[in-house]
Design a protein around this ligand. Structure first.
Ligand code: NAD
Length: 501
């Protein structure tokens, strides 16, 4: 096995009020590399005391500090500086992300480049976010202005730690908010590195705070804190429901990005070779640990066998390994518990009647002995009425179902509670447009899978989420609209008190 890279590690402490400091009780958590099982760093393990301090700092920075009172141009300049620092440190941050999450260095490098682009996008957007005129009638002017939402709690998952953080941090800062960010307890390294860069870029103390630690000990008190105006969460449905319920108790604003069961539909007139290429990318990227993973292939009977043969031939050649080896195409899963959960779905699919065509086991050999590796897996003839056809697997498992036509594919796709992303492969634009109209999913791709970018909104229908990230809507989440009514020539009012004097 190639020896792992040794990037400069981030400060292993909480970042509160502009300074790194240990947790109040001194607790630490070992952060493990999923490819080797080795400890990468012992990171401060916060609890409600640390949350209390961080929220106080964010509240003071919002109520009395300079940040919410800066001009959009000043905020844009800071975001641009952060983008430049991310580009400067791209290699180091990509290595940290690969060590922490297991994904390949190529994927991590792309993540960092996209994160820099997200900062640049919101820098540009805030400069043109000039509000709106509702009425201009004589001396009366009615305008809508966007004000910062306030102190925001940002809670992120382990699969795209830096990328998901950037979808929240960049628009929150652009809007003039202050925040407390809680990364996943499994993958805090790049979030801590981002805190270092925000400080280096000159962000005033207290605007950005990072509290590392567990969901129950850090996330829950953060969401319940009455000084927090809004919660933006990305993660699983069960946690999302808990967070929405806690926020509802105090009528706080909430945005949720949750899981998906994303259909990849291949129709009879599709370019089968292209559909096969992209079906692989759709599901095996980051070992399937992607909210929009195209794990559910719905294939028209006419092209089913050809597509399956093409997939099987390629899947058999996927190179598993550590993410820092340039030959590796797919890395490990995040941890032992998650590996067992994904294996459970592979067994369940077979119990439900699917046929295991390839994979499903743990690879053998010394290189895989201490990591959480699972072979890329292909399951055929998955029954649509079972659990596996409806639940998110979040692993390198591709299930295939035969369908008669678009109508049947859409009926099956719609029979889940989720609605994050879907794709349709056909040569006919009219069919694609009709599919997009009928698929209740936040993103629909035609003849492609996975493209997303800062200009376009990202989010889900049904239980896949509430609200949108990226795009103009991604900025709006962190703003409160304010109607300002200006009357330059006020007249007298005689609505009341007209009785005889
Ligand atoms: P998770 O829900 O277990 O954890 C997400 C975050 O919530 C973590 O930081 C965790 O510590 C925190 N948390 C846990 N309990 C909490 C509580 N009671 N209060 C507050 N915070 C709490 O999710 P995960 O396993 O880290 O991530 C995987 C899930 O995320 C998948 O379902 C995936 O689809 C989803 N996801 C969605 C998107 C999207 O854009 N829709 C993107 C990435 C991941």
């Amino acid at each position: 096995m190639l020896p792992p890279p040794e990037p400069k590690l981030p400060q292993p402490d909480l970042f509160v009020d502009g300074a790194f400091a240990p947790a109040a009780d001194g607790a630490r958590r070992a952060i493990l590399c999923p490819a080797t099982g080795r400890t990468l760093l012992e990171v401060a393990e916060g609890d409600h005391t640390d949350v209390d301090r961080a929220v106080a700092a964010a509240r003071a920075a919002f109520d009395h500090g300079p940040w919410p009172r800066t001009t959009p141009r000043e905020r844009a300049a800071l975001l641009e500086r952060v983008a430049g620092l991310l580009e400067r440190d791209r290699d180091r941050i990509a290595q940290l992300e690969t060590l922490d999450t297991g994904k390949t260095l190529a994927e991590s490098g792309d993540d960092v480049a996209q994160v820099a682009d997200v900062f640049r996008y919101f820098a540009a957007l805030i400069r043109v976010d000039g509000g709106q005129v509702n009425r201009a009638e004589g001396a009366v002017l009615s305008i809508t202005l966007a004000r910062p939402a306030g102190v925001v709690a940002l809670i992120t998952p382990w699969n795209y730690p830096l990328l998901q953080a950037s979808w929240k941090v960049a628009p929150a800062l652009a809007a003039g908010c202050t925040f407390v960010l809680k990364p996943s307890e499994l993958t805090p390294l790049t979030t801590l590195a981002l805190a270092e860069l925000l400080a280096e870029a000159g962000l005033p103390a207290g605007v950005a705070n990072v509290v590392t630690g567990a969901g129950a000990a850090v996330g829950a008190p953060l969401v319940e804190d009455p000084r927090v105006d809004m919660v933006s969460f990305t993660g699983g449905l069960a946690t999302g429901r808990r967070i929405a319920a806690a926020a509802a108790q105090r009528a706080a604003k909430v945005a949720l990005e949750l899981g998906g069961k994303n259909p990849n539909i291949v129709l009879a007139d599709a370019d089968v070779a292209l559909a096969a290429d992209h079906a692989l990318e759709a599901v095996f990227f980051h070992a399937g640990q992607v909210c929009s993973a195209g794990s559910r292939l719905l294939v028209a009977t006419e092209v089913h066998d050809e597509l399956v043969e093409r997939l099987a031939a390629r899947i058999a050649r996927i190179r598993l390994g550590v993410g820092w080896d340039p030959a590796t195409e797919m890395g490990p899963l995040i941890g032992a518990e998650h590996l067992a959960k994904v294996e459970g779905y592979v067994s369940m699919a077979q119990e439900e009647g699917a046929t295991l065509r390839l994979g499903g086991g743990r690879p053998s050999g010394e290189a895989f002995a201490n990591g959480c590796f699972l072979e890329p897996t292909l399951l055929l003839d998955l029954p649509p009425e079972g659990r596996v056809a409806r639940e998110e697997i979040f692993g390198p498992v591709l299930t295939v179902e035969r369908v008669r036509d678009l109508d049947e594919a859409i009926a099956r796709a719609d029979a889940t509670d989720t609605g994050l992303a879907a794709a349709v492969w056909t040569r006919d634009l009219a069919t694609a447009l009709s599919a997009a109209e009928r698929l209740r999913f936040g993103t629909v791709w035609w003849n492609d899978f996975h493209p997303y970018f800062p200009e376009a909104p990202w989010g889900g229908f049904k239980t896949s989420g509430v609200g949108r990230e990226l795009g103009r809507s991604g900025l709006r989440e962190f703003q409160e609209e304010q109607h300002v009514y200006l009357n330059g020539r006020p007249g007298r009012s005689d609505a009341f008190g007209r009785g005889n004097a």
